[in-house]
Write a protein that binds this ligand. Structure first.
Ligand code: CA
Length: 223
């Protein structure tokens, strides 16, 4: 999933980003409300994690603008411990859920799973032949057994599954794999593809390379 995190506390933001990236999500981070608003206008996300106390434009205003544009993106707000009124205003303004600071990262991850499960933009379970991919649990299974894939391999598989029957270019893979400010080279993509291929081929699933153009999932082989 592609997640936008709007949080001005660098330590909190860092912890959240690490946890979410470990689960294979691509996270873009902004530290003020105006940049959040701009990012939401220009990019497509699966979830917004929004601190209400943001500089330049309050989080509540970011949320109001988002909903005024009829954008139904799931929004998880982060509020201060004594911010009962903030929480009420946030929920009234169209937030889907909230977390009170300080919170434990596993709880944040659980809320993220719940919200993305509820999300309507994309289907939760992707399927291809014997393969199923649960986008919110971040688990891929083949014939019912769980495949041992790293976070990056899961992210790669996810985009290939989202575009079954179409070519996925290396640029699209790079986009999907990293948030802003992260570098993933074309060579690194080749390495990830190579590893993923080795894990999928025993299951009868092939990642075909179309030289110079990109990759696509191939129909499962007979046998
Ligand atoms: Ca803040």
């Amino acid at each position: 999933m592609r997640i936008l995190l709007a949080e001005d506390d660098a330590m909190i933001a860092d912890g959240i980003m690490r946890a979410l990236k470990k689960s294979g999500h691509a996270v873009d981070h902004v530290d003020n409300g105006l940049d959040a608003d701009t990012a939401l206008l220009g990019q497509c996300y699966d979830l917004l994690i929004l601190d209400l106390g943001l500089p330049r434009l309050p989080g509540i205003e970011v949320l109001r603008r988002l909903r005024a544009r009829k954008n139904s993106l799931p929004v998880l707000i982060l509020t201060a411990q004594d911010g009962v009124e903030d929480r009420v205003r946030g929920l009234d303004a169209g937030a889907d859920d909230y977390l009170t600071k300080p919170f434990a990262l596993p709880e944040l991850e659980a809320r993220v799973r719940a919200l993305t499960r509820r999300g309507t933009a994309h289907s939760k379970i992707l399927e291809f032949g014997c393969l199923t991919f649960d986008r919110s649990e971040r688990v891929a299974r083949c014939h019912g057994h769980v495949l041992d894939l790293s976070a990056r391999e899961l992210a790669l598989l996810e985009i290939l599954l989202l575009r079954v029957g179409r070519l996925v270019s290396k640029d699209q893979l790079v986009d999907h794999l990293c948030g802003w400010g992260e570098e993933v080279t074309n060579n690194a993509i080749e390495v990830y593809i190579h590893r993923l291929r080795k894990k999928l081929e025993p299951e009868g699933i092939r990642i075909a390379t179309v030289r110079g153009l990109g990759y696509c999932l191939d129909t499962p082989q007979e046998s």
